[in-house]
Design a protein around this ligand. Structure first.
Ligand code: DC
Length: 225
């Protein structure tokens, strides 16, 4: 049996991966794996069960049995955890912090590995994450590493927060991003780094549209479309 094609898009948060992956999946009619959502759901489910997020074996057991459903809707995907719609809740900063704690646990990453690979189905998969091209899909057909400067990612985050009616400090956001980059790139398990055979795209002065077109050209060059 030949496996369905996979395009991996890795990179730090704020580089535009989420939007680019959703657009590409819609344009190609392929499946989408938002691996960050699985870490967010694991953190949230463990928290709701009253577990310490440092309890590696207990949190890994939660990851292995996550009662989650992804339901496609006209404007994205609805995420249902144990029957509750948690689509918005998993995007909060609080759940983001839970996700980053559980993502550092090797047993949790191991528990989520097969679950992520199960998304590789015809006609193809766009996989969004940090270690898609390095660990989860090392044989992917096209690997992209999408970056942007810390200043630009801080600006984007600042704009999003202000639009949602929150107050925010731009210098504090940029500092936060630098600290997180440092931690993500230096952690022992699945550090954030481009796969050896990844194309690096710096989106600092590109629009989402330009990034999508660049990726589509690479996908075409690889003979996938
Ligand atoms: O992309 P995101 O913000 O939804 O990711 C949430 C957290 O999960 C973040 O701390 C990075 C981590 N993560 C990871 O370690 N590996 C992935 N493949 C995806 C996300």
């Amino acid at each position: 049996m030949t496996l369905a094609s996979v395009i991996t898009i890795d990179g730090p948060s704020g580089a535009g991966k989420g939007t680019v992956c959703a657009r590409l999946a819609a344009e190609l009619g392929w499946h989408l794996l938002d691996s960050g959502a699985l870490y967010r759901l694991t953190g949230l489910a463990a928290h709701k069960q009253g577990l310490s997020l440092a309890n590696e074996s207990a949190v890994a057991a939660v990851a292995a049995t996550l009662p989650v459903r992804f339901e496609p809707t006209s404007d994205g995907v609805r995420v249902i955890l144990s029957g509750d719609d948690v689509t918005r809740e998993i995007r909060t900063e609080e759940v983001g912090s839970m996700a980053s704690q559980v993502a550092a646990l090797p047993a949790v990453r191991a528990a989520l590995l097969q679950r992520q690979r199960d998304f590789q189905q015809a006609p193809g998969l766009i996989a969004d994450g940090r270690d898609m091209g390095t660990v989860v899909f090392p044989n992917a057909d096209v690997k992209i590493f999408l970056t942007a400067s810390a200043e630009e990612r801080g600006q984007r985050r600042y704009k999003q927060l202000i639009e949602k009616g929150f107050s925010a400090s731009l210098p504090a956001l940029i500092e936060d991003i630098r600290t997180r980059d440092e931690r993500d790139s230096n952690r022992a398990v699945a550090p954030l780094k481009p796969a050896q055979d990844a194309y690096e795209i710096d989106s600092t002065s590109m629009s989402i549209e330009e990034v999508c077109q660049t990726v589509l050209r690479l996908v075409q060059k690889a003979g996938l479309i």
